[in-house]
Write a protein that binds this ligand. Structure first.
Ligand code: C5P
Length: 243
């Protein structure tokens, strides 16, 4: 199924309260079709009602609550997210957790994304936490386990997208944050890529927060990113034709 450039942009609603979120959604209008709701807004109260309302209004919703608990709890929580009408939800890439989420999302349109290793962790952090693997090996191991568990996609830094696309094949959804339009401030993101390059590298969806929500004109910023995504798709198309 071909996904439009617009549906590939996911705007992170990392805003302090519902009023700010509603204001941003109104300003963005038709320029954005896909929103991510994370812990800040979900825990602000009624953030999940907003998710339900957005889904009811025809928008796509990515619930980024990174589930991880005993299998029974994960399965039941995932079932709730599926009933809410979400399109994507994140789980940590632990085999029990992924298998339970898969069960909870059965018979629904909810697609599950696994988080392999948080990008704030380096090899020393993993060792400190008791892991025998470094970041690169643990990401590869968990990506394979995610595929085995029937997980639909993975969240990763754009720098990993090209190698992971080669490893995972064409069907696994790759979602990348850490995207900055040409000329935008990186903020606290250390490893950033432009929308065009991230899409050309094999990402399917880009999560972008502040470059849109803190722009003087958020709608124009979103439209510019959609145009950059279109350029990335054109590069990919040419490469596929040449192959
Ligand atoms: O504002 P910015 O574009 O940096 O927002 C990126 C979004 O992607 C935030 O919601 C952030 O929590 C999320 N994210 C990330 N890096 C990860 C995983 C998620 O930036 N490794």
């Amino acid at each position: 199924m071909t996904v439009s450039a617009r549906d590939r942009l996911i705007v992170a609603l990392d805003l302090p309260d519902l009023a700010a979120a509603h204001d941003m959604i109104a300003r963005l209008g038709d320029s954005v079709s896909f929103y991510k709701i994370g812990m800040e807004l979900a825990y602000a109260g009624a953030g999940l009602d907003l998710a339900r309302a957005l889904a009811g209004a025809g928008k796509k919703v990515f619930i980024d609550l990174k589930l991880h608990d005993i299998p029974n709890t994960v399965e039941r929580a995932t079932r709730q997210l599926a009933q809410l009408g979400a399109t994507f939800a994140t789980v940590h890439a632990y085999p029990q957790t992924m298998a339970a989420a898969r069960k909870g999302a059965a018979d629904s349109n909810l697609k599950l994304l696994a988080v392999t290793v948080m990008t704030s962790y380096d090899d020393a952090d993993l060792a400190e936490a008791g892991y025998a693997f470094g970041v690169r090996d643990l990401i590869a191991r968990r990506a394979r386990q995610a595929q085995a568990a029937g997980i639909d996609g993975l969240v990763m830094s754009p720098e990993e997208a090209e190698a992971m696309r080669a490893m995972l094949g064409p069907d696994t959804i790759i979602v990348t944050p850490g995207v900055r339009p040409a000329g935008a401030a990186a903020g606290d993101q250390k490893r950033v890529m432009t929308p065009t390059l991230a899409i050309a590298a094999g990402a399917d969806h880009l999560v972008v927060g502040r470059p849109v929500t803190e722009a003087a004109d958020p709608k124009a910023a979103a439209e510019a990113i959609v145009a950059e995504i279109g350029e990335g798709l054109a590069i990919r198309g040419k490469r596929n034709t040449a192959a």
